[in-house]
Design a protein around this ligand. Structure first.
Ligand code: GTR
Length: 418
């Protein structure tokens, strides 16, 4: 999301309402903190082997994140219907196949659904690995192409999407470069799954799955709902014979980066996970008082997390988890955390430290974890199983980020000789 003046003004009003102090951007003012050890169970026992991690500690940590942070998602439910609404075998000047697929959320043929837009390399002779991620403005925003269905769902700002908005987010989705490297790219609009405003969980998939009066303090928030939607996209991709569904990477930017981490942690079918500038509630450590804090995020966005998370406003030390443990849930699968120098709100150092501190679990499971002790220089990529970079520039997804994700996926996700 671009931090527009309007968005900043809205957030500022909300912060004023919550009487939050000004955000801290001074490293010397970050108070000391102690991170919970991912390898020490709730009963105090130490995890020293992979089986105990898999069967005891990992489920324990997953449950802690469900209970205290993102909320319990509804189960996948029974198999959904898919409608292939279009296939174009000569998209991008013949370099790609473009498919549009509707994933129905209910049994009603004209009921709520999510639209998946997929580009595949036209030259591929066998199933290809894929990236999947949600977008902020509708599928039509990722490419200026009149044949992509213009979203009719809720949009930020309340006004419907216009023809002029086609391709408005194209810089974040270099589709031609992705297919040229042999990958498919699949995306869906996050507003199809859950509109991003607080309506008491009536709209989107929340309302479809439960009665509001049955909601509990650990019921799912919007991030969990978006992550659930990513899993439903993967359900479809598993049925598509042109996709190598063992090699689907999930990625997201900002609030959708928080979402991709939770999707990768809660659904182990994702082979690789990418967090782009995900910040607070994503890759950044909650216990580091730098940039956005738990209280601020819960005040500005009361619908993103479960209600229990609000208990940790100004009380991060009481959290039984921190975000390094979210990354540890992804182990031993490759995970990449990306920061940006000007994105101080997201606390780049906190993102690096969470990635690094997931290392004990990655090492226990036999990987190289993160091959850097200190934060790397700007624009220097660390491509170990836990990858990391901090690039020049602002809160955004750039070509540098995408080149890196593809290099990372080439190294960790793709079968040699594809
Ligand atoms: C900000 C929010 C961040 C980040 C960002 C975004 O306003 O404070 O946590 O998620 O929005 O998603 O663009």
């Amino acid at each position: 999301m671009k931090r527009t003046a309007a968005a900043i003004a809205v957030s500022t009003t909300l912060w004023a309402a919550c009487e939050c102090p000004a955000a801290n951007y001074d490293e010397s003012k970050v108070p000391k903190y102690t991170l919970p050890d991912p390898l020490v169970c709730a009963d105090g026992s130490k995890v020293t082997d992979a089986d105990t991690w898999r069967n005891k500690r990992r489920p324990e940590i997953l449950k802690l994140f469900e209970t205290h942070v993102y909320g319990r998602s509804q189960p996948a439910g029974k198999r959904r219907d898919y409608e292939i609404t279009s296939i174009d075998k000569s998209a991008l000047g013949g370099k790609a196949i473009r498919k549009q697929v509707s994933i129905l959320f209910t049994e009603k043929k004209d009921g709520p659904r999510m639209h998946l837009l997929i580009y595949l390399p036209a030259a591929a002779k066998k199933p290809v690995p894929a990236f999947v991620g949600l977008n902020f403005r509708g599928n039509h925003s990722i490419q200026n192409d009149p044949d992509i269905k213009l979203s009719t769902a809720w949009q930020r700002g309340g006004k419907p999407a216009t023809e002029q908005s086609r391709g408005s987010a194209a810089s974040r989705w270099p589709v031609d470069k992705i297919v040229a490297r042999g990958y498919a790219i699949a995306t869906a609009y996050y507003g199809d799954i859950d509109p991003d405003f607080h309506d008491g969980f009536k709209n989107g998939v929340h309302g479809l799955h439960e009665n509001i009066q049955d909601r509990k303090n650990d019921s799912w928030g919007s991030i969990a709902a978006w992550a659930w939607g990513l899993s439903r996209a993967l359900d479809y991709l598993e049925t598509d014979s042109q996709i190598d569904h063992q090699r689907v990477a999930v990625l997201g930017h900002s609030r959708l980066g928080k979402t991709s981490l939770w999707a990768g942690a809660s659904d182990q079918r994702f082979a690789l996970v990418i967090s782009n500038n995900s910040g607070c509630g994503g890759a950044a450590l909650n216990r580091r008082a730098f940039g956005e804090t738990v209280k601020r995020i819960n005040t500005s966005f009361p619908h993103w997390f479960c209600d229990n998370f609000k208990k940790f406003n100004d009380n991060e030390a009481a959290l039984p988890v921190d975000q390094h443990m979210l990354i540890a849930l992804i182990a031993p699968r490759p995970v990449y955390v990306a920061s940006a120098v000007e994105d101080r709100w997201a606390d780049p150092r906190g993102e690096f430290l969470a990635a690094k501190n997931a290392g004990s679990v990655y090492r226990l499971l036999g990987t190289d974890a993160m091959a850097a002790e200190e934060m790397p220089e700007i624009n220097k990529r660390v491509l170990s199983t836990i990858g990391y970079h901090i690039r020049q520039g602002k809160h955004d997804v750039t070509d540098f980020d995408w080149q890196t994700y593809m290099d990372f996926a080439d190294k960790h996700m793709v079968t040699p000789g594809r």
